[in-house]
Design a binder for this molecule. Structure first.
Ligand code: PGA
Length: 254
């Protein structure tokens, strides 16, 4: 049985409001609904509303790049899950490695954010994990991934109608132009899958989770990844800013 896949673009702090709207228009022109493959773009917070208006009821869904764990209150600069949903989002990235690096975001925070998103309902967290080069070099990669997953999801009970997306992003492959070897990604995804089943229960239905890969995926290398088991899609940075390349990835996904 084949399961649905998803392609998500993280536009990072790159296009501003006007450029995000232009980019959304171009991507909307190129990508039409296709059964079994979902697609979402994640602009910066201030562009969410404008991009939402452009996307309308098209095949392309909206996602945010971050969320705060409290529902409301004196948390200057933060945005709640409900606010993100109100802006039209169906997805939100949680714990991207750039936030872990520049904002000291840790897995305790990532756990709180994931829980807040799931508690709200109607919003799917895209939880980022991934080892650094030093973890890989010292042979600790598997342990690091398992630990990150346990910290992010431990103690959370996934309900029947809830879904989580785990983005496996080896930090050392992000933005380099060279992804990891497909078989290495396939192996890591197996580790992620086993750990998720360990956390949520071995009877967790496939519809409740996806494991996607991120790190230098492009229109030209995606073909090596689409045929692998356990890879349910991609989180792309650079390629998400190039409508032709982005559409090529989408096309390759089935
Ligand atoms: P990249 O970024 O595709 O440019 O490597 C991926 C990411 O940061 O999610």
């Amino acid at each position: 049985m084949t399961h649905s896949k998803i392609l998500i673009a993280n536009w990072k702090m790159k296009p501003g409001l006007k450029d995000s709207i232009d980019l959304a228009k171009k991507i909307k022109e190129k990508i039409k609904k296709k059964p079994g493959v979902g697609v979402a773009v994640c602009p910066n917070h201030i562009a969410l509303h404008g991009v939402s208006k452009v996307l309308g009821k098209s095949a392309i869904k909206l996602g945010a790049q971050d969320v705060f764990w409290e529902e409301q209150g004196s948390y200057t600069g933060e945005i709640s899950a409900a606010m993100i949903k109100e802006a039209g989002c169906g997805y939100v990235i949680v714990g991207h490695s750039e936030r872990r690096k520049y904002l000291n975001e840790n897995y305790e925070m990532i756990h709180q954010k994931t829980k807040a998103v799931l508690n709200l309902g109607g919003l799917i967290p895209v939880v980022c994990i991934g080892e650094e080069a030093k973890d890989r070099d010292s042979g600790k990669k598997d342990y690091v991934l398992m630990d990150q997953l346990h910290q992010a999801f431990g103690g959370i009970n996934l309900m029947e109608n809830q879904e989580v997306i785990v983005a496996y992003e080896p930090v050392w492959a992000i933005g380099t132009g060279t992804p990891i070897k497909p078989e290495e990604a396939e192996y890591a995804h197996k580790i992620v899958k086993i750990t998720l089943l360990d956390i949520f229960g071995s009877d967790l239905p496939k519809k409740n989770y996806k494991i996607i890969y991120g790190g230098s995926i492009s229109g030209s290398n995606v073909k090596d990844f689409v045929k692998l088991d356990n890879i349910d899609g991609f989180l792309v940075g650079g390629a998400g800013l190039k409508p032709v390349d982005f559409a090529k990835i989408f096309k390759a996904m089935g």
